[in-house]
Design a protein around this ligand. Structure first.
Ligand SMILES: CC(C)(COP(=O)(O)OP(=O)(O)OC[C@H]1O[C@@H](n2cnc3c(N)ncnc32)[C@H](O)[C@@H]1OP(=O)(O)O)[C@@H](O)C(=O)NCCC(=O)NCCS
Length: 178
């Protein structure tokens, strides 16, 4: 999908490998996200760019969403991490980043969005329940990665949120950017 420039001077686009380092840094700055190797973000930007997006203002990264599509379940876009710079929160960036990718994915056969969200992450829960509402789609929550599966102590359970099914046309109509 081509990049989109909004009235508030944000550009939404799919990432290239040149964005990997800044995404990795934003993950660290976001505070609450699991930190992964910088290599992983380079790989995502190379091989799953269509399932990821960045938002920038004046060339500075303000937010990102990363995800992938598994060949085993091609109708699902799995959202892995969403992060917005603390100074840019509350302006609809996460919502618009998600819609940017979702529109492209829905036109290619995706009709479900899946993600995991801890019980304590109310901002993330609000983000995904708002998206389900806007799409008029069901949001189901079920157990997935329970706390005891994580090797580090103190990791919260990560239940699965599944939104859908939705139609490509519905996603297009519900767009927040353009
Ligand atoms: C979660 C996060 C990505 C939200 O980014 P954001 O750009 O501020 O979110 P948006 O402005 O697009 O808001 C989306 C919805 O969530 C709601 N929301 C956002 N932050 C909220 C908060 N702290 N508490 C309650 N609701 C919140 C908004 O009101 C909006 O609701 P609406 O759809 O009904 O209008 C951001 O807070 C963040 O980067 N947090 C740290 C990283 C993280 O936890 N990521 C999620 C797990 S992968």
């Amino acid at each position: 999908m081509p990049s989109v420039k909004t009235d508030d001077a944000l550009t939404f686009r799919h990432p290239s490998i040149a964005d990997g380092a800044a995404i990795w840094q934003l993950v660290i700055n976001a505070g609450t996200l699991d930190q992964n190797s910088s290599y992983l973000y380079l790989l995502l930007c190379r091989d799953f760019a269509d399932c990821c997006a960045v938002a920038e203002r004046d060339g500075q990264l303000q937010g990102f969403v990363t995800g992938f599509r598994s060949f085993k379940r091609p109708d699902v876009w799995f959202v892995w991490q969403v992060g917005v710079a603390p100074s840019a929160r509350g302006q609809g960036l996460a919502k618009r980043l998600t819609h940017f990718v979702l529109r492209a994915q829905a036109s290619q056969g995706v009709c479900y969005l899946e993600t995991t969200v801890t019980a304590s992450n109310s901002a993330s829960r609000a983000l995904f329940s708002g998206i389900a509402k806007r799409l008029g789609a069901e949001l189901l929550e079920s157990e997935l990665f329970n706390a005891e599966l994580f090797p580090e102590s103190g990791h919260e359970s990560e239940p699965l949120l599944r939104i859908g099914p939705f139609e490509a046309e519905t996603v297009k109509q519900s767009l927040l950017i353009e």
